[in-house]
Ligand binder design. Structure first.
Ligand SMILES: [Zn+2]
Length: 86
């Protein structure tokens, strides 16, 4: 579980949040609940499961490509980690 929010569901702003290791669409907020999501593993804290998923869907050419994307997104969107590193 992590507090990262990043672009995932087709938006250019961070529209995905991780809840218990799975991603939810922040734009699907309705009556106090997120209604879309829960089936995509979080790349940051559920990395192994996410890797299996994206490699199966051929979203990345290789495990290395996928992991370097994760690192890039982590640096860009994980503000808590940035603050912690100061
Ligand atoms: Zn997570």
């Amino acid at each position: 579980m992590c507090n990262i929010q990043f672009p995932h569901f087709g938006a250019s702003y961070p529209d995905a949040a991780c809840i218990d290791g799975y991603l939810w669409d922040l734009d699907s907020y309705e009556n106090g609940f997120l209604t879309i999501g829960g089936d995509v593993p979080c790349p940051f804290c559920n990395t192994e499961e996410w890797l299996e998923c994206v490699l199966e869907n051929e979203e990345f050419d290789s495990r290395e490509d996928a992991l370097s994307w994760v690192e890039k997104m982590r640096l860009k969107f994980d503000s808590e980690r940035k603050e912690g590193a100061k």
